[in-house]
Write a protein that binds this ligand. Structure first.
Ligand code: AMP
Length: 213
């Protein structure tokens, strides 16, 4: 399947994407994971993105489109892809549309995961992430078996730099201003599936239902 997952930080895009990869071998493409790996590796890309990320601001559309043009050409995308955290601005959505047209590809649907703000805030402050494989944990509802160690790959499980109270507040403001308008954009394209659910299983069921799976 070829999907965009829209939703505020903490809405569950990453968790849902990981579950969907197990259904049909589609790959999860998280621009946030790609950027965090670049920052950790100290590459040119990482150096350009680091300050904006730490503050909870968006990195430039040009940088993101450069990453995505390359990524979508890779072989593993032939089995489908789940775009998690991209597009995040109208210019990115327009550029993606042009890119997919050029590649002769069409998305199945755009899923907007709609979760109340108080749930988001609670989740983001208690979320922990594996720095190696990106697995997502929660100190209250889903801690790793050994504190600080990833169950899946043995990597370090930490609180992200942009999950301080200040950065979280900024990320939510940026989301409302720059990314929330994408719901209207895709509604007009006739592509939008809005799911109001806090359980990832419910989100998966709604997607399967929509795709006739
Ligand atoms: P995420 O893991 O999706 O919350 O992304 C973490 C951070 O990476 C964001 O707060 C942005 O600074 C940056 N980022 C990720 N994806 C994008 C994107 N599509 N456009 C701009 N910045 C992005």
């Amino acid at each position: 399947m070829k999907l965009i997952l829209l939703g505020a930080p903490g809405a569950g895009k990453g968790t849902v994407a990981k579950l969907l990869t197990e259904i049909d071998g589609s790959v999860q493409i998280s621009t946030g994971d790609i950027l965090r790996a670049a920052v950790a590796a100290g590459t040119e890309l990482g150096k350009k993105a680091e300050a904006a990320m730490k503050a909870g601001d968006l990195v430039s559309d040009d940088l993101i489109m450069g990453i995505m043009e390359e990524r979508l050409k890779e072989d593993d995308c032939k089995s489908g892809y789940l775009l998690d955290g991209f597009p995040r601005t109208i210019p990115q959505a327009e550029a993606l549309k042009g890119l997919l047209d050029k590649m002769g590809e069409q998305l199945d649907t755009v899923v907007n995961i709609d979760v109340p703000r108080e749930v988001i805030l609670d989740r983001l402050t208690t979320r922990r992430t594996c720095t190696d494989c990106g697995a997502i944990y929660n100190v209250k509802s889903n801690p790793p078996q050994v504190e600080g160690i990833c169950d899946a790959c043995g990597g370090n499980v930490v609180q992200r730099d942009d999950e301080t109270e200040e950065a979280i507040g900024n990320r939510l403001d940026v989301y409302n201003e720059k990314t929330a308008p994408l719901a209207d954009f895709y509604e007009k394209e006739g592509m939008l599936l809005t799911v109001s659910a806090t359980s990832s299983d419910d989100v998966i069921s709604a997607i399967k239902n929509k795709l006739g799976m």
